[in-house]
Structures are given as structure tokens and as C-alpha cells.
Write a new protein. Structure first.
Lengths: 304, 344
């Protein structure tokens, strides 16, 4: 009843389609983000989303996914804006500014979400599911929404891939030759915010950064070409989503979101060990043969 | 210029090295941090309700945790008690976190009555500490253990009030606590308690007869979380919850698939929504069943971990149990179940 029929049941297919679309797009967008060294910006955006979910509910009184995610997107952008402001107008370090935004926005979000029922908004039950995700309850409309967001994000990456690659590897040169470096940076970070929001119903605010960061880092082990890495990263995200959904459909009591992240982490571990040239085993073998081991060459270094 | 700003925004660590010096409390940073802080404090402060006035004419101040036990205390204490209920109608007691104001309200109480059996999961420690300085009645824990349903991990299912006869055994401990705290009116408390327990027992009979009118094969109650096992045992209806006993656990995909199978294969006409639990899992379940050619209605909203608010007609446990039972009978007995529109 659970294993064979469960894997192909309607609900499984709906959830698989929605999560796989998000997994693929998050992997694609994540590649740019990781190459440009903005991985933690996604985390700041993710932790800010909870405020947006709560505020969207307060403003509209509705609990459908599109409304709440729209609120989450606004909040994610506001969180990133706050990050930019803190870095721009104070002498706070990059890491400290990110930690500040994560802490403040997450604290505010938890205050709102956990406080709403106590303040008489009794029908706010379920908002806290955005904290850890609630994949199994996706409906077909939700899956269509996530699929549309994924297509938009992948198309946007395809459109700016060349410019973004240049900025990621040599920002100074890009600026000197007249490319709008900050515009491209904002586009990358904006896309990350979009994917973080799309990933919320699947894995929740706490884990969603993993979808954006783990697949590209795993893909990086296998290739030095940006185009290959972007596609590979998307496929790793997609595979992780499919595996996570399939496993959670086989046994009762397994939440889907965390399984997707664990599957992505397994892909990372495999890449780390087994990839040719950059993998641990390959490097040990090369070292044993007395070859020079070059690590991190052309690894998205910004020019200086 | 743009390049400069971009560098300042995105390459900050380098800037800082160039500029030397580290000023952690630049005015702008201070402003941002204080503004965020202020918002949090404001948001936290808006929440609480004023504690009831101290001028209560010698009446006992009883703090009850859930609406269900608050009703019990009102029924037994009558006009001799002022009941302050921590959780408003519609609140999920499994995930309710006490605020500092709640701790004050509890500390100012002559008597604290809670549902117990770890229903108020996040209040358990607080109640235990309060128990050292003042009388605390845990109604569920006072019931005969043999009548409780185990829920794994050495715990019992806390939703005991859905079995009206079982709940009637919890009336006496509350009456005794009130009598001890208010000895001048001890007999009045005991009289009201006896009358209330008798009402619960006759309600119990009525509910059983009503459920028995549902055709036997369709006596299946599918709800968002597993709150109705006592109800099912007492009144002879199979209960299936999308989530586990606590609302804290999440329904996995396999759980939803299993329920879709069950609903389709048994031809169950309606599933139910609870006031204090998210309805997203139920929506996914209905969609899965529709895709297999079996339309499932929503059999209305059941009162589960919370009674209705003022004006709902289900402010007391008796009224809520009656309302639940007639909603269940109506949705399951009629072959062409009334199909409510999608939940909001």
C-alpha cells in the first residue's frame, strides 16, 4: 500500500513535481550565488521570510500559498535591503551584518508567528509550518505556482549567465569594462531571494538555504566550466528533491523537506569523495603519484 | 560613483581594512538595532490581556489553561469563582508557549486548573513549579489510569474530554480543590459538581445514540490531527488523524497517501476540519481523493482542543460535544453529504 502505490499516487506526483521544480531552479540560481560568494545572503533572506508570512496573513486574513509567499518575497527583499544598509552605513563586517539581519528578522518573525494565536488570530494555525516546511500538503495549485516561479528563475539565470560569470570571477575587470556590476549583483541576490521563498513550503525557512548552497557546491567538484556547473547543480537539486520525496512516500512519519536536504548532502559527500581531479580520493591518488595538487584554482576569485 | 558605492556595499571587509579602526556603535547601526528591538518589544507587549481585576468580592481566582478546563471550573465553581483562561478560543494547547504575563497570571491565582497529561506541552515545567507553592489540579492526571489511551513513549493521549463519561470523573477532583480553597462554600461546590457530573453522564448516553444512527460501514472520522480517539472509543466510531496525536508532528507524504487510500476504498463521504489545526493537509487529502474519482466533502469544523468563542454556540463542553456529534452524524449519515466550499 505504501511502497509501490504510494510512490506513484496523485499526491506523491504533485509534491514531486513541485519540489523537483524548486530543487532544479534553486540549484541553478545557487550556482551564481555561490560563485559570487553570496551564499549567506540567501540565509538572511530565508530567515526574514517568516515576518513576511505573518504580515501577509495579518494584512489579508488569507492563508493560501500565493498570498503568504508574496509576503515572504517582500520580506526577503527587505531583509536583503537591511543587509545592504547595515553594510553601507555602518562599519559592520560582512559576516556580522549577515548574522545581525538573520537574528533580528528571525526573532521578529518567530515573535509574530508564535504570538498570532495568542493575540486572538485563532485561524493563524499553520503559519508556523513555514518554519520547517510542510511539503506533503502541497496541492496541485501550489505545485503549478512553484513550477512557474522555477521557470522564471531559470530563464533569468540563462539571460544573465554571461554577465554574472564575468562579475563572479573578475568584478574589477567587469566594472572597468563598463558592466553594471552592482546591478548584476542585485539581480543574483534577488533571484536567490525568489528561490528561497519558493523553497519555503518544501523545506521551511530554516533549511531552505541548503537547497541553494549544497547543489552548486557539490557540482563544483565535477567541472571547471560555469555552464556545466549550473546545469549539473540544477540536476543535483532535482535529484535530491526526487529522492527525498520518494523516500518520504515509502514510510509513514518521514517529513519530506529534511529528507530532500539530506539527499542533497549525500550528493555533496559523494562528490567530495569521488569526483575526478577535485575529489578527495582522486587528490590522494595524485598526491601519491607525486603530482602537484592545486586546489581552489580559478574558484570564483574576485580580482584584486 | 556607482562603482564606489558598489565597492562600499559589497566589498566591505576590504574597505574597513583600508580605513582602519573599528567603530561598532556607529549612529546608524545603533538606530537600526534599536528600531528592530523596539518593534520586537512592541509586538510582544501588544499580545497580553489585562489580568482580571482584584476586586472580586472574595471569590476564588482560578486560572485555567484551556477553554475546556475553564468551562469545567465554571460549571463546578459557579458564581464563587472568577475564571481566567490562559488560552483564548481556537488556540492550540500543544504548541502554546507561556508569555511572562501568563506566569504573572498563574502566580496570582488561588488555584490553577490544567488539562494535564502533557496536553499543555510547553506549560508542563511551569505548572510543576507552581505546584510547589499553590494547589494545581491536573484534571487528566486525576482520571483512572486504566481508562486512558496510551500514546507511546509512556505518555497518554491527553484529549480525555471527548469521552463525556470519563471527563465526569475529573469533576470531583476540581470540586475538592475548590472546597479546600473555599471551605465556607464547600458543600455548594460539591453539589454543583455532582449535578454537572450527572449531566455529563446523560450527555454521554445521548451522543452514543446519535452516532449509532450512522450506517456502520461509514462510522469513520477523518480529522486533521488525532484528537478524537477517546470520542471514537466511547461512541463507537473509527478515528483516523492526518497528523499524530500532537499537532506538533508533521504529516509525511506516506501518511497522506495512506489516508487517500482509506477514504477512497471505504467510500467515506466527508472529512473534518478542526478549529485549532491547519487545514492544508486535509486540502491535500481531498485533492488526492478527487484525482481518484472520489469526491470527499468537508463535514464541517469540529471543536477539538478548544471550545468555541463567545457567540459560537459552543462555549461549553456540553454544547461543543453536541455540535461535533451532530456535524459528524449529518456528514456521514447522509449519502449525498452536503459539500461545503473549500475552507478559507
Amino acid at each position: 500500500m505504501t511502497s509501490a502505490a504510494g510512490i506513484l499516487s496523485y499526491n506523491t506526483v504533485v509534491v514531486a513535481v513541485g519540489v523537483a521544480a524548486v530543487g532544479f531552479a534553486a540549484g541553478v540560481v545557487g550556482s551564481l550565488c555561490v560563485l559570487r560568494k553570496r551564499a549567506l545572503a540567501g540565509d538572511a533572506a530565508a530567515h526574514a521570510t517568516l515576518v513576511g508570512v505573518a504580515c501577509a496573513f495579518l494584512a489579508t486574513g488569507r492563508r493560501d500559498l500565493a498570498t503568504l509567499l508574496a509576503g515572504a518575497l517582500v520580506a526577503a527583499c527587505a531583509g536583503l535591503g537591511m543587509l545592504v544598509i547595515v553594510r553601507r552605513f555602518t562599519r559592520t563586517r560582512d559576516d556580522a551584518a549577515t548574522a545581525l539581519v538573520i537574528g533580528v528578522s528571525f526573532g521578529l518573525g518567530i515573535t509574530l508567528v508564535s504570538g498570532l494565536p495568542a493575540w486572538g488570530y485563532a485561524n493563524s494555525a499553520g503559519l508556523e509550518q513555514f518554519l520547517l516546511g510542510h511539503t506533503a500538503a502541497l496541492t496541485a495549485r501550489d505545485a503549478w505556482l512553484l513550477g512557474a516561479v522555477a521557470i522564471v528563475a531559470v530563464a533569468a539565470v540563462a539571460a544573465i549567465l554571461k554577465e554574472a560569470t564575468l562579475v563572479a570571477f573578475d568584478a574589477a575587470f567587469a566594472a572597468a569594462t563598463g558592466w553594471p556590476v552592482s546591478g548584476i549583483d542585485y539581480a543574483i541576490v534577488g533571484l536567490v531571494a525568489l528561490m528561497v521563498v519558493a523553497g519555503l513550503p518544501a523545506v521551511g525557512a530554516v533549511l531552505v538555504t541548503a537547497l541553494v548552497v549544497i547543489p552548486p557546491v557539490a557540482a563544483r567538484f565535477w567541472t571547471d566550466r560555469v555552464g556545466t556547473m549550473v546545469v549539473l547543480s540544477g540536476l543535483i537539486g532535482l535529484a535530491a528533491a526526487a529522492v527525498g520525496v520518494a523516500v518520504s512516500a515509502t514510510r509513514p512519519g518521514l517529513a519530506t523537506g529534511p529528507l530532500v536536504v539530506i539527499a542533497a548532502a549525500a550528493a555533496f559527500a559523494f562528490s567530495f569523495l569521488c569526483a575526478p581531479h577535485r575529489g578527495w580520493i582522486a587528490r590522494r591518488a595524485e598526491a601519491a603519484r607525486g603530482l602537484t595538487v592545486r586546489r581552489g584554482d580559478s574558484d570564483g576569485e574576485t580580482g584584486r | 560613483m556607482i562603482l564606489r558605492i558598489q565597492k562600499m556595499i559589497f566589498d566591505f571587509p576590504k574597505n574597513e581594512v583600508a580605513g582602519g579602526g573599528f567603530r561598532p556603535w556607529n549612529p546608524a547601526a545603533r538606530w537600526i538595532v534599536f528600531a528592530a528591538w523596539g518593534l520586537i518589544v512592541l509586538a510582544a507587549g501588544c499580545g497580553g490581556r489585562e489580568p482580571p481585576g482584584a476586586a472580586d468580592g472574595g471569590r476564588l481566582r482560578v486560572v485555567a489553561t484551556t477553554t475546556v478546563v475553564a468551562d469545567l471550573v465554571r460549571q463546578v465553581g459557579g458564581d464563587r469563582v472568577t475564571v481566567d483562561c490562559l488560552m483564548a478560543p481556537g488556540i492550540d494547547p500543544h504548541s502554546y508557549k507561556p508569555t511572562p504575563r501568563d506566569a504573572d497570571r498563574l502566580a496570582g491565582a488561588d488555584l490553577v486548573v490544567a488539562s494535564g497529561l502533557h496536553l499543555e506541552g510547553k506549560l508542563t515545567d511551569l505548572l510543576e513549579r507552581l505546584g510547589r507553592s499553590r494547589p494545581v489540579v491536573l484534571v487528566g492526571d486525576s482520571l483512572p489510569e486504566a481508562d486512558l489511551i496510551t500514546a507511546g513513549g509512556g505518555l497518554f493521549d491527553p484529549h480525555v474530554w471527548f469521552d463525556a463519561r470519563l471527563w465526569s470523573h475529573g469533576v470531583a477532583p476540581v470540586a475538592e480543590a475548590l472546597a479546600t480553597a473555599d471551605p465556607a462554600h464547600a458543600s455548594a461546590h460539591r453539589d454543583r459538581a455532582a449535578a454537572y457530573a450527572a449531566r455529563l453522564v446523560s450527555l454521554d448516553e445521548r451522543l452514543r445514540t446519535q452516532i449509532a444512527t450512522i450506517p456502520e460501514g461509514r462510522r469513520v472520522l477523518v480529522t486533521a490531527h488525532d484528537a478524537f480517539r477517546y470520542f471514537g472509543r466511547a461512541y463507537g466510531i473509527e478515528v483516523v488523524g492526518v497528523q499524530g496525536t500532537s499537532t506538533e508532528s508533521e504529516a509525511g507524504l506516506a501518511d497522506i497517501n495512506r489516508l487517500v487510500d482509506l477514504v477512497v476504498s471505504r467510500g467515506i463521504p466527508a472529512v473534518f476540519i478542526e478549529t485549532s489545526v491547519s487545514d492544508r493537509s486535509v486540502a491535500a487529502l481531498r485533492e488526492g481523493a478527487t484525482a481518484r474519482g472520489h469526491d470527499v466533502g468537508v463535514g464541517g469544523t469540529l471543536y477539538s482542543d478548544s471550545l468555541g468563542g463567545p457567540g459560537s454556540g459552543a462555549e461549553t463542553l456540553e454544547a461543543a460535544l453536541e455540535a461535533n456529534t451532530s456535524a459528524i452524524v449529518e456528514a456521514l449519515a447522509d449519502r449525498s453529504a452536503p459539500r461545503a466550499e473549500d475552507a478559507p
